[in-house]
Design a protein around this ligand. Sequence first.
Ligand code: BGC
Length: 853
Amino acid sequence: MTFLTVEPISFEHHRDPLGVGESEPRLSWTVATDSPGWRQQAYEIELSDGTATGRVASQESVLVPWPGAPLESRERRGARVRVHGADGSASDWSAWSHVEAGLLDPAGWRAEAAAPPLELLAEPDGHALLLRRDFNLRGPITKARLYLTAHGLYEAEINGRVVGDDVLAPGWSSYGHRLRYRTHDVTDLVGEGGNTIGATLADGWYRGRIGFLGGKTNLYGDRTALIAQLEITYADGGTEIVATDGEWRCATGPVTATSLYDGEKHDARLLPQGWSEPGFDDSSWLPADALPHDPALLVSPTGPPVRRTETLAPVEVLTSPSGRTILDFGQNIAGRLRIRVQGPPGHTVTLRHAEVLEHGELALRPLRGADALDRYTLRGDDRPEEWEPRFTTHGFRYAQVDDWPGELDPADVRAVVCHTDLRPIGDFDCSDPMLNRLHDNVRWSMRGNFVDLPTDCPQRDERLGWTGDIQVFAPTAAFLYDCAGPLTSWLADLAADQSFYGTVPHYVPSVPLKFDLSPTAAWGDAAVLVPWVLYQRTGDLGLLRAQYASMTTWVDQVDSLTGGNHLWDEGFQFGDWLDPAAPPDDPGRARTDHALVATAYHAWSARVVADTAALLGHDADAARYTELAAQVRQAFRREFVTPSGRLACDTQTAYALALCLDLLDGQEQRERAGRRLVQLVAADGHRIGTGFVGTPLICDALCSVGAYDTAYELLTQRECPSWLYPVTMGATTVWERWDSLLPDGTVNPGEMTSFNHYALGAVADFLHRTVAGLAPAEPGYRRLRIAPRPGGGLTHASARLDTPYGPAAVSWRRDGETLTVTATVPPGTSALVDLPETEPREVGAGTHEFTVK
Ligand code: BGC
């Protein structure tokens, strides 16, 4: 008897499908079976409103169209599925799973924007403000939903209890175009009789200081405001809405200053006890101003919010040469501290954060204009007090604790890791502990830099959605975590900002800082390449459809810039940013010509857009972009490639681009280029010679010409610059620079030196695809490519991934001359197995073992 079960349906890329923005959310499911080669032949879906598809002959199980009438605003419907296999097997129905729509129509919003009155807006201090409102419920209730967002950051409370577990809500989007609201089920927080809803409101990204070179404040407006709509359903079927309006009352609270960069000051003596509970006297509070806002901008999230995902205890208490107490948490993170402290009223504890120590003291210089300083002033009423700042985060491994009352017990301090609550889906392991640590560091840098949006770094006065960083890191990101939801939202912001600013901004959301906005290769190409990577990894064709205009607009813009010769050789470029040969104070001074990088990227994006157009059935576009890609490729060769396959720039990055992006002509040129690349890497002592652009490609380029040994020498190199050099220096995250910490233990003198930047960690994708050997051969891993290339003295390696079709895994082990490979191919998929020294072959679903002598 075949064992066959279907997991409950999931909706779009949601982790928690409450308050979704899609009226016809697409459905996905996976099956578990012991039947080798299992393929789905048909499915049946039932919705809880009675819709039944009957038996649909289809192999599709990923992002299948919604089969019933569209959801109405607020409507909740269940869905379940059962499947039939090509082998005649049939599953039972899956368990029901439910999806609930948010406010799909702007007309559903009654809430005004309740803004604390101008008297309370203490500028530039960043005081967080309290808003509250009492309300009465006339009878027992069956359901309560809170639709919630803000201009600024909020934390809401109902009857003294915090609503939800979001951190830094509503996150940062292109507020002028899209502001995300969250839907909370608050049925258990309200009840018949008197109730109170309140919120703390902070400046955050909306009004607080953002950006480098001094940054700017009031970027989106000079008034913070809460937008909240509480919808009650009574047991008798009646409904009621309590929404933000001029009836809400406002006051200052205990948070006397808070800023994303500078940290938070909290004076516990200023907390109005019971302020978010009924019966509190708010007669001295001031009425909110009810400001208009555009409900058409309010959108439901496509991914999970930022949450507290882990807490870390200090691993060591250090006393610095100057006598300071410094806690080492053993791991560089994004987050903040939680303390438990007891002491006299009015006493203030100070917490400072840093990623590294220099000469035994906190290295604060890399934070540039971010103070990363939290202060807690005690209430002091003979009880331990617990505190964690709420509207700030820091990038840190070390924390200096000043003015702790009495002896500091390290058990009273925890580091709270905060980031987008992504579902981990992929992992890697091998026999080299240094490579494993590198991989862990990549994961931690992703955790540190998916703080609602994909950022460059979590610590200094920056933390922006730099497009180039996620462009190079997207393949790794999409393997480690299910990040399609958050990136779908970020790409919508990219498209919105692209239309608004007339090009793809350098960082998204874009805010006008002292920086010229001009189209830039590898950064702007995020518009094309990030959606494409997500399509490859998730099979989400809808995302390509949604981004299509943004993708084509980008390529068209670059085409118009390059004029008739198709060379992109004018204007500002970041180029192969942070080439290890670039001087510390001039990270853009790479050895590879900016024009070569830019033209290569143009050819790449044009080809991807051509492929996208073909997939979406835009045949005329497909032909046009295919032609354009060919022309750019030809222009690249004419300008940068000698007939025998040498490049005009004799650099690792130039050869990596030419080989990986298929810019050379025929096998002879490829082989010549490959030989030259191997020579260059050897001449550099097998040390890395690439910046942001070449780094994700160099190992693939070497392997594409059969130079596996050179790729492994580069990968396992420990001398600076290399991927493992930071590991030898005790790194727990990926650094911005190859030498953020110099071999003598001092911090790189460049003013831009972060210890938590994921871009150079893009090599993890090579670990997954080539070292372990698990890659997509078709979009969404509907067909896998299982092609490990053991080397570098490794005796085993493995990777596993929850693909859209279910768990896949590859692991290999070398015993003397024997290589044993085990592969798990998910139901409904097949795999191309391509092992060293053997003919490639196709296998179906199931677990397979191969031995190669
Ligand atoms: C950021 C980068 C970014 C770069 C632009 C830096 O300040 O931290 O990661 O991509 O500027 O080249």
